[in-house]
Design a protein around this ligand. Sequence first.
Ligand code: BDP
Length: 332
Amino acid sequence: MQTKTIRAGALLPATTIVASMMLFAAPVQAEDWRGWNIHPPGYPNTVALEAFAEAVGEKTEGRVTAQVYNNAVLGDQPDAIEQTRSGALDFANFNMGPMGPIVNETNVLSLPFIFDSVDHMHTVMDGEIGDRFAEALAEKNLIALSWFDSGARSLYNTERPIHTPEDVQGLKIRVMNNDLYVNMIEALGGNATPMAYGEVYQSLTTGVLDGAENNYPSFESSNHYEAVGYYSLTEHLIIPECLCIAKASWEALSDEDQTIIEEEAVKASQMQRELWVKSSQESRQKVLDAGVEINEVEDKAAFQELMQPVYAEFIAENPELESLIDDIRTTE
Ligand code: BDP
């Protein structure tokens, strides 16, 4: 391409050459990136995303300026995933739960009790298996540059502490947008209601819902803890989140800027994970102080046992993903 332009230029009058040189010398138009975030200011993910945005502006010397829009003001999560896939949004922090309906492989991360612990999840996602998920996301136009923590999700409700699956019987529980979670709650005998995050608080206070499930920081920052009395440590889901860039925005970058942005995304995830630990402790204390009863679940195996049909159905529908499940389970 370049050789051709130069050769054609050799035949052009001098004035045209000067004019086109000026064009080349003109500063490259800065990219103004818009980033989606579901969380409020001060939340670990928000702090890390804002630090990322600031560092991107500085390190690219303004070639990319990025702004984070908090509290899902740019749309709820399934909608924001589509907007980022199409390039209408440039970057986002997405949970892999609502990603399942779009990137089928990521459903594996929504299988209850797939990870033994948050450490196990980190080992898996930071290794070769994490790269496989990133490839699957890239096929759907999402460039996952790093993985954020989202702790372990536990059930909470207005009615009673949950010690055994029987305690879930008949409870109306909100879940994120993914059929796997509907199957999960139904396998425990509850009634699952998929609902946007922003609508849950009101539904808890009006009795449309009896409960929901989430990690400590979200349970607290969403104010759901004000509406329910019991938080039971079922820890049934450990779902990673990505810092994702729209493929179109990514491909518009120079190699140099891609390197800068990737480095900053990795730094952001390190920061987010550190903040996460502290924030989880603080949120736990805050909800305790507010009078929420927190209980350990002694017999988690009883819950895990009931997940067998959920796994069986998933594997029957997605036989090609069975080896991925095995690879996660056998990663230490
Ligand atoms: C939070 C996740 C967020 C989800 C939310 C939910 O960080 O991405 O949208 O839970 O339950 O923990 O919808």
